[in-house]
Design a protein around this ligand. Structure first.
Ligand code: NAD
Length: 290
């Protein structure tokens, strides 16, 4: 396939490299990031999109996605598919899908889970919203860049799945960290805490696969000075998206709301910017109840 790829940063760069390695022809455009080997550098987003069967975007947020969509949609050939893999608000995803449909294009919102490691290894999970036909067009590319692709429903359903998943992740990380901090104060050894909880009803991905306590459980950012990994500010971004969606949909999400507020304080007031999102554990360790 001829692919246009816009946004070749930490995630987009290795995703595009995997498409090239699988034999696809990729034209890329980014404001700053270098092109991976084998990706043809285009002079603009519109040039990268011209003649492409599929245009993939991997951008920081919904406002940037909307501005890039304004540039690429008029340049795309009828019947091609615009596939956004960024994490953005549900409204931007739906607006871009409607704009693409009006121009005779297919569209998918297909955010990912798996981080930079998954992007590099080609083991991402894609959660996609849009028409079944658009999903089938892009599926072979999902199979190269990832290990699983779920068609979640109509436009916006992929972003809905992503922000619900990450709301659970943020809430669970905080619960795991505060439980470790309480265990410390009760004199419970961290390894014993892990041994019990990881095989009891408190188990979770944050405990079992991404343990926030250094030296306990499988290797995680906690064993590397809490260098990300998944940065606290990206978790804050996703929690803000889930709260924005909850407000728009009139959904009651008190735990998500509190998690967003705790990550906001951590990032903005407590030097959490640039730390992994599991660095909530030293934050709780340093504090008392009052
Ligand atoms: P990044 O900042 O490394 O990459 C974004 C790229 O977009 C940058 O290279 C930037 O120069 C480029 N860009 C910005 N505006 C542009 C424009 N107008 N035209 C062309 N290029 C433009 O970010 P990332 O970590 O690659 O994340 C990308 C998206 O993936 C985000 O929405 C993020 O939430 C999501 N995501 C990230 C991770 C992760 O672990 N990093 C995991 C899952 C999802």
């Amino acid at each position: 396939m001829q692919i246009g790829f816009i946004g070749l940063g930490n995630m987009g760069g290795p995703m595009a490299a995997n498409l090239v390695a699988a034999g696809h022809s990729v034209a890329g455009f980014d404001l700053t990031a270098p092109m991976p080997a084998g990706v043809t550098a285009a002079a603009s987003a519109a040039e990268a999109a011209t003649g492409a069967d599929v245009v993939i975007t991997m951008l920081p947020n919904g406002a940037i996605l909307r501005s890039v969509a304004d540039q690429v949609i008029p340049a795309m050939r009828k019947g091609a598919v615009l596939c956004d893999c960024s994490t953005v608000d549900v409204e931007s995803a739906r607006a871009v899908a409607a704009q693409a449909a009006a121009a005779g294009l297919g569209a998918l919102d297909a955010p990912v889970s798996g981080g930079v490691g998954g992007a590099t290894a080609g083991t991402l999970t894609f959660m996609a919203g849009g028409s079944p036909a658009a999903f089938e067009t892009v599926r072979p590319l999902f199979d190269i860049m990832g290990q699983k692709a779920v068609h979640c429903g109509d436009a916006g359903a992929g972003q809905a799945a992503k922000i619900c998943n990450n709301m659970i992740l943020g809430v669970t990380m905080i619960a795991t960290c505060e439980a470790f901090a309480l265990a410390d104060k009760l004199g419970l050894d961290r390894q014993k805490m892990f041994d019990v909880v990881s095989t009891s009803s408190g188990y979770s991905w944050t405990m079992n696969a991404y343990c926030p306590a250094p030296g306990v459980g499988p290797k995680s950012p906690a064993d590397n000075g809490y260098k990300p990994g998944f940065a606290a500010e990206l978790m804050l971004k996703d929690l803000n998206l889930s709260q924005q969606a909850a407000t728009a949909a009139d959904a009651d999400t008190p735990m998500g709301q509190l998690a967003a507020e705790l990550y906001r304080r951590f990032v903005e007031d407590e030097n959490g910017r640039g730390m992994d999102f599991s660095a909530m554990l030293p934050r709780f360790e340093a504090r008392g109840r009052g």
